[in-house]
Write a protein that binds this ligand. Structure first.
Ligand code: PXG
Length: 290
Protein backbone atom coordinates (compact mmCIF):
# COMPACT_ATOMS: atom_id res chain seq x y z
CA UNK A 1 0.00 0.00 0.00
CA UNK A 2 1.26 3.46 -0.91
CA UNK A 3 0.38 6.21 1.52
CA UNK A 4 0.57 9.91 0.72
CA UNK A 5 2.25 12.05 3.36
CA UNK A 6 3.07 15.70 2.67
CA UNK A 7 3.67 15.39 -1.02
CA UNK A 8 5.45 12.01 -0.99
CA UNK A 9 4.28 8.42 -1.31
CA UNK A 10 5.68 5.91 1.14
CA UNK A 11 5.08 2.29 2.07
CA UNK A 12 2.80 1.39 4.98
CA UNK A 13 5.93 0.57 7.05
CA UNK A 14 7.39 4.00 6.49
CA UNK A 15 4.16 5.93 6.85
CA UNK A 16 4.80 7.59 10.20
CA UNK A 17 4.00 10.82 11.99
CA UNK A 18 5.84 12.42 14.89
CA UNK A 19 4.74 11.70 18.47
CA UNK A 20 4.80 15.49 18.81
CA UNK A 21 2.13 15.92 16.15
CA UNK A 22 -0.78 17.77 17.75
CA UNK A 23 -3.14 15.51 15.83
CA UNK A 24 -1.94 12.71 18.13
CA UNK A 25 -1.35 14.77 21.29
CA UNK A 26 -4.63 16.72 21.22
CA UNK A 27 -6.82 15.40 18.42
CA UNK A 28 -6.01 18.72 16.75
CA UNK A 29 -6.79 18.07 13.12
CA UNK A 30 -9.52 17.12 10.68
CA UNK A 31 -10.44 14.27 8.37
CA UNK A 32 -12.65 13.09 5.55
CA UNK A 33 -13.85 9.63 4.58
CA UNK A 34 -14.42 9.31 0.83
CA UNK A 35 -15.49 6.37 -1.36
CA UNK A 36 -14.33 5.25 -4.77
CA UNK A 37 -16.77 3.26 -6.90
CA UNK A 38 -16.18 1.77 -10.30
CA UNK A 39 -12.96 3.72 -10.92
CA UNK A 40 -14.32 7.10 -9.80
CA UNK A 41 -14.00 9.12 -6.60
CA UNK A 42 -17.56 9.81 -5.48
CA UNK A 43 -18.45 13.39 -4.46
CA UNK A 44 -14.78 14.37 -4.29
CA UNK A 45 -15.36 18.12 -4.57
CA UNK A 46 -18.00 18.02 -1.81
CA UNK A 47 -15.61 16.20 0.54
CA UNK A 48 -12.72 18.56 -0.16
CA UNK A 49 -14.99 21.57 0.30
CA UNK A 50 -16.09 20.17 3.67
CA UNK A 51 -12.44 19.54 4.63
CA UNK A 52 -11.69 23.21 3.98
CA UNK A 53 -14.78 24.29 5.96
CA UNK A 54 -13.59 22.19 8.93
CA UNK A 55 -10.12 23.75 8.56
CA UNK A 56 -11.58 27.24 8.49
CA UNK A 57 -13.48 26.62 11.72
CA UNK A 58 -10.27 25.44 13.42
CA UNK A 59 -7.99 28.15 11.97
CA UNK A 60 -5.97 25.37 10.38
CA UNK A 61 -4.15 26.43 7.23
CA UNK A 62 -4.08 23.49 4.85
CA UNK A 63 -0.82 23.96 2.92
CA UNK A 64 -2.44 22.91 -0.38
CA UNK A 65 -5.20 24.26 -2.61
CA UNK A 66 -8.55 22.50 -3.22
CA UNK A 67 -7.30 21.42 -6.64
CA UNK A 68 -3.99 20.10 -5.27
CA UNK A 69 -5.74 17.99 -2.62
CA UNK A 70 -8.22 16.64 -5.19
CA UNK A 71 -5.33 15.71 -7.49
CA UNK A 72 -3.38 14.08 -4.65
CA UNK A 73 -6.49 12.06 -3.65
CA UNK A 74 -7.01 10.73 -7.17
CA UNK A 75 -3.27 10.05 -7.50
CA UNK A 76 -3.29 8.03 -4.23
CA UNK A 77 -6.09 5.85 -5.63
CA UNK A 78 -4.17 5.36 -8.88
CA UNK A 79 -0.93 4.45 -7.09
CA UNK A 80 -2.87 1.77 -5.18
CA UNK A 81 -4.75 0.47 -8.24
CA UNK A 82 -7.97 1.25 -6.45
CA UNK A 83 -11.26 1.07 -8.34
CA UNK A 84 -13.58 0.50 -5.38
CA UNK A 85 -12.54 1.44 -1.89
CA UNK A 86 -12.32 3.96 0.86
CA UNK A 87 -10.08 6.99 1.11
CA UNK A 88 -9.14 8.52 4.43
CA UNK A 89 -7.84 12.06 4.19
CA UNK A 90 -6.32 13.49 7.37
CA UNK A 91 -4.90 16.93 8.05
CA UNK A 92 -3.17 17.34 11.40
CA UNK A 93 -2.01 20.58 13.02
CA UNK A 94 1.49 19.18 12.56
CA UNK A 95 4.53 18.61 14.72
CA UNK A 96 4.68 20.94 17.73
CA UNK A 97 5.84 20.69 21.31
CA UNK A 98 4.21 19.46 24.52
CA UNK A 99 1.72 22.17 25.39
CA UNK A 100 -1.56 23.08 23.74
CA UNK A 101 -0.48 26.15 21.85
CA UNK A 102 -0.96 25.45 18.14
CA UNK A 103 1.35 28.37 17.34
CA UNK A 104 4.23 26.03 18.19
CA UNK A 105 3.30 23.71 15.36
CA UNK A 106 5.20 24.07 12.15
CA UNK A 107 3.30 22.98 9.11
CA UNK A 108 0.07 20.99 9.02
CA UNK A 109 0.51 17.46 7.67
CA UNK A 110 -1.65 16.04 4.90
CA UNK A 111 -2.10 12.26 4.87
CA UNK A 112 -4.09 10.23 2.34
CA UNK A 113 -4.76 6.49 2.77
CA UNK A 114 -6.63 4.49 0.12
CA UNK A 115 -7.94 1.17 1.41
CA UNK A 116 -11.15 -0.85 1.93
CA UNK A 117 -13.96 -0.35 4.42
CA UNK A 118 -16.88 -2.39 5.65
CA UNK A 119 -18.82 -0.71 8.38
CA UNK A 120 -21.74 -3.06 8.98
CA UNK A 121 -22.29 -6.79 8.34
CA UNK A 122 -23.95 -7.34 4.90
CA UNK A 123 -26.94 -9.18 6.45
CA UNK A 124 -28.01 -5.98 8.22
CA UNK A 125 -28.47 -4.22 4.86
CA UNK A 126 -31.00 -6.88 3.87
CA UNK A 127 -32.96 -7.24 7.09
CA UNK A 128 -32.41 -3.88 8.75
CA UNK A 129 -30.53 -2.94 11.86
CA UNK A 130 -31.56 -2.54 15.48
CA UNK A 131 -30.17 0.57 17.16
CA UNK A 132 -30.54 2.28 20.52
CA UNK A 133 -30.47 5.79 21.94
CA UNK A 134 -27.46 6.33 24.18
CA UNK A 135 -26.88 8.57 27.21
CA UNK A 136 -23.90 10.46 25.77
CA UNK A 137 -25.30 13.72 24.42
CA UNK A 138 -24.04 15.19 21.13
CA UNK A 139 -21.50 17.99 21.51
CA UNK A 140 -23.01 21.47 21.74
CA UNK A 141 -22.41 23.55 18.64
CA UNK A 142 -21.19 26.29 20.96
CA UNK A 143 -18.47 23.88 22.21
CA UNK A 144 -16.91 21.74 19.45
CA UNK A 145 -19.39 22.13 16.61
CA UNK A 146 -20.47 18.68 15.32
CA UNK A 147 -20.21 20.14 11.81
CA UNK A 148 -16.42 20.04 12.18
CA UNK A 149 -15.10 16.65 11.12
CA UNK A 150 -12.27 16.86 13.63
CA UNK A 151 -9.82 14.23 14.82
CA UNK A 152 -11.45 14.48 18.23
CA UNK A 153 -14.24 11.92 17.85
CA UNK A 154 -14.51 11.05 21.55
CA UNK A 155 -18.12 12.21 21.70
CA UNK A 156 -18.96 9.70 18.96
CA UNK A 157 -16.68 6.97 20.30
CA UNK A 158 -18.33 7.11 23.74
CA UNK A 159 -21.71 6.73 22.05
CA UNK A 160 -20.38 3.84 19.95
CA UNK A 161 -19.13 2.07 23.10
CA UNK A 162 -22.59 2.50 24.64
CA UNK A 163 -24.14 1.03 21.48
CA UNK A 164 -21.74 -1.93 21.65
CA UNK A 165 -22.58 -2.42 25.32
CA UNK A 166 -26.24 -2.61 24.35
CA UNK A 167 -25.39 -5.25 21.75
CA UNK A 168 -26.04 -3.12 18.67
CA UNK A 169 -23.89 -1.55 15.96
CA UNK A 170 -25.03 2.05 15.99
CA UNK A 171 -26.56 4.61 18.33
CA UNK A 172 -28.88 7.58 18.09
CA UNK A 173 -27.37 10.60 19.79
CA UNK A 174 -29.68 13.27 21.17
CA UNK A 175 -28.65 16.86 21.59
CA UNK A 176 -28.70 18.74 24.90
CA UNK A 177 -32.38 19.63 24.33
CA UNK A 178 -33.30 15.98 23.82
CA UNK A 179 -33.90 16.22 20.07
CA UNK A 180 -32.46 13.61 17.72
CA UNK A 181 -29.13 14.84 16.30
CA UNK A 182 -27.60 11.93 14.35
CA UNK A 183 -25.80 8.64 14.89
CA UNK A 184 -22.12 8.15 15.74
CA UNK A 185 -20.99 8.03 12.11
CA UNK A 186 -24.23 8.38 10.17
CA UNK A 187 -27.08 10.82 9.64
CA UNK A 188 -30.62 9.60 10.30
CA UNK A 189 -33.79 9.74 8.16
CA UNK A 190 -37.43 8.86 8.84
CA UNK A 191 -40.23 8.15 6.37
CA UNK A 192 -43.74 9.21 7.44
CA UNK A 193 -46.34 8.79 4.72
CA UNK A 194 -44.90 10.34 1.56
CA UNK A 195 -42.58 12.56 3.57
CA UNK A 196 -38.90 12.17 4.29
CA UNK A 197 -37.79 13.71 7.58
CA UNK A 198 -34.27 14.31 8.87
CA UNK A 199 -33.07 16.43 11.80
CA UNK A 200 -31.94 19.95 10.94
CA UNK A 201 -28.16 20.39 10.91
CA UNK A 202 -28.58 22.86 13.78
CA UNK A 203 -29.71 19.92 15.96
CA UNK A 204 -26.03 18.89 16.06
CA UNK A 205 -25.27 16.84 12.98
CA UNK A 206 -22.46 16.61 10.51
CA UNK A 207 -23.34 18.16 7.15
CA UNK A 208 -23.46 14.69 5.64
CA UNK A 209 -22.64 14.36 1.97
CA UNK A 210 -24.69 11.17 1.68
CA UNK A 211 -27.50 13.01 3.49
CA UNK A 212 -27.43 15.79 0.88
CA UNK A 213 -27.34 13.24 -1.95
CA UNK A 214 -30.32 11.33 -0.54
CA UNK A 215 -32.31 14.55 -0.12
CA UNK A 216 -31.64 15.35 -3.78
CA UNK A 217 -32.65 11.85 -4.93
CA UNK A 218 -35.82 11.96 -2.82
CA UNK A 219 -36.86 15.35 -4.17
CA UNK A 220 -36.26 14.14 -7.72
CA UNK A 221 -38.71 11.29 -7.09
CA UNK A 222 -41.34 13.70 -5.83
CA UNK A 223 -40.96 13.02 -2.11
CA UNK A 224 -41.39 15.95 0.21
CA UNK A 225 -38.32 16.38 2.40
CA UNK A 226 -38.37 18.42 5.60
CA UNK A 227 -35.97 19.03 8.45
CA UNK A 228 -37.98 19.51 11.66
CA UNK A 229 -36.72 18.89 15.17
CA UNK A 230 -37.40 15.21 15.84
CA UNK A 231 -37.93 13.37 19.11
CA UNK A 232 -37.55 9.68 19.98
CA UNK A 233 -41.37 9.48 19.78
CA UNK A 234 -41.15 10.55 16.11
CA UNK A 235 -38.58 7.84 15.46
CA UNK A 236 -40.64 5.12 17.17
CA UNK A 237 -43.73 6.04 15.14
CA UNK A 238 -42.07 6.45 11.74
CA UNK A 239 -43.10 4.15 8.85
CA UNK A 240 -39.45 3.63 7.93
CA UNK A 241 -36.06 4.65 9.23
CA UNK A 242 -32.60 4.52 7.66
CA UNK A 243 -29.10 5.87 8.21
CA UNK A 244 -26.77 7.49 5.70
CA UNK A 245 -23.00 7.84 5.55
CA UNK A 246 -20.08 7.48 3.19
CA UNK A 247 -19.01 4.25 4.87
CA UNK A 248 -22.49 2.88 5.62
CA UNK A 249 -24.18 4.17 2.42
CA UNK A 250 -27.91 3.71 3.20
CA UNK A 251 -28.77 1.16 5.85
CA UNK A 252 -32.34 0.38 6.98
CA UNK A 253 -33.20 0.56 10.69
CA UNK A 254 -36.00 -1.72 11.83
CA UNK A 255 -35.85 -1.45 15.61
CA UNK A 256 -35.08 1.48 17.93
CA UNK A 257 -34.91 1.10 21.72
CA UNK A 258 -36.91 -2.13 21.46
CA UNK A 259 -39.69 -0.53 19.34
CA UNK A 260 -40.28 -2.14 15.95
CA UNK A 261 -40.24 0.50 13.20
CA UNK A 262 -43.07 0.21 10.65
CA UNK A 263 -43.49 -3.38 9.51
CA UNK A 264 -40.15 -4.43 11.01
CA UNK A 265 -38.70 -4.88 7.51
CA UNK A 266 -36.86 -2.39 5.26
CA UNK A 267 -39.65 -0.29 3.74
CA UNK A 268 -40.37 0.51 0.06
CA UNK A 269 -39.10 4.10 0.11
CA UNK A 270 -35.87 3.07 1.82
CA UNK A 271 -35.36 0.28 -0.75
CA UNK A 272 -36.06 2.64 -3.65
CA UNK A 273 -33.53 5.20 -2.35
CA UNK A 274 -30.94 2.45 -1.75
CA UNK A 275 -31.29 1.42 -5.41
CA UNK A 276 -31.05 4.98 -6.70
CA UNK A 277 -28.05 5.72 -4.51
CA UNK A 278 -26.17 2.63 -5.69
CA UNK A 279 -26.94 3.44 -9.31
CA UNK A 280 -25.60 6.96 -8.85
CA UNK A 281 -22.34 5.76 -7.24
CA UNK A 282 -21.61 3.63 -10.29
CA UNK A 283 -21.79 6.43 -12.84
CA UNK A 284 -20.69 9.67 -11.20
CA UNK A 285 -17.50 10.99 -9.66
CA UNK A 286 -13.99 12.04 -10.56
CA UNK A 287 -12.37 9.45 -12.87
CA UNK A 288 -9.22 7.87 -11.39
CA UNK A 289 -7.95 6.45 -14.68
CA UNK A 290 -8.20 8.90 -17.55
N1 PXG B 1 -22.26 11.92 11.03
C1 PXG B 1 -21.02 11.71 11.50
C2 PXG B 1 -20.72 12.03 12.91
C3 PXG B 1 -20.03 11.18 10.64
O1 PXG B 1 -18.79 10.99 11.09
C4 PXG B 1 -21.69 11.10 8.87
C5 PXG B 1 -22.61 11.63 9.76
C6 PXG B 1 -22.09 10.86 7.46
O2 PXG B 1 -21.52 11.85 6.62
P1 PXG B 1 -21.14 11.55 5.10
O3 PXG B 1 -20.63 12.87 4.60
O4 PXG B 1 -20.09 10.47 5.12
O5 PXG B 1 -22.38 11.15 4.45
C7 PXG B 1 -20.37 10.87 9.31
C8 PXG B 1 -19.36 10.29 8.39
C9 PXG B 1 -16.27 5.32 10.29
C10 PXG B 1 -16.72 6.27 9.23
O6 PXG B 1 -15.08 4.95 10.26
C11 PXG B 1 -17.52 7.33 9.57
C12 PXG B 1 -17.93 8.25 8.59
C13 PXG B 1 -17.57 8.09 7.30
C14 PXG B 1 -16.76 7.01 6.97
C15 PXG B 1 -16.32 6.09 7.94
O7 PXG B 1 -17.09 4.96 11.14
N2 PXG B 1 -18.67 9.27 9.06
Amino acid sequence: MKIYIDGKFCSERDAKVSVFDHGLLYGDGIFEGIRAYNGRVFKLKEHIDRLFYSAKALLLNIPMSHEEIMRATVETCRKNNLRDGYIRLVVTRGKGSLGLNPNRCGRPSVIIIADKIQLYPPALYAKGMAIVTVPTVRNLHSAVNPAIKSLNYLNNILAKIEANNAGVEEAIMLNAEGYVAECTGDNIFLVKGKQLLTPPLSAGALYGITRATVIELAEQSGLKVSEPNLTRYDVFNADECFLTGTGAELIPVTKVDGRVIGTGKPGPITRKLVGEYHALTQVSGEPIYK
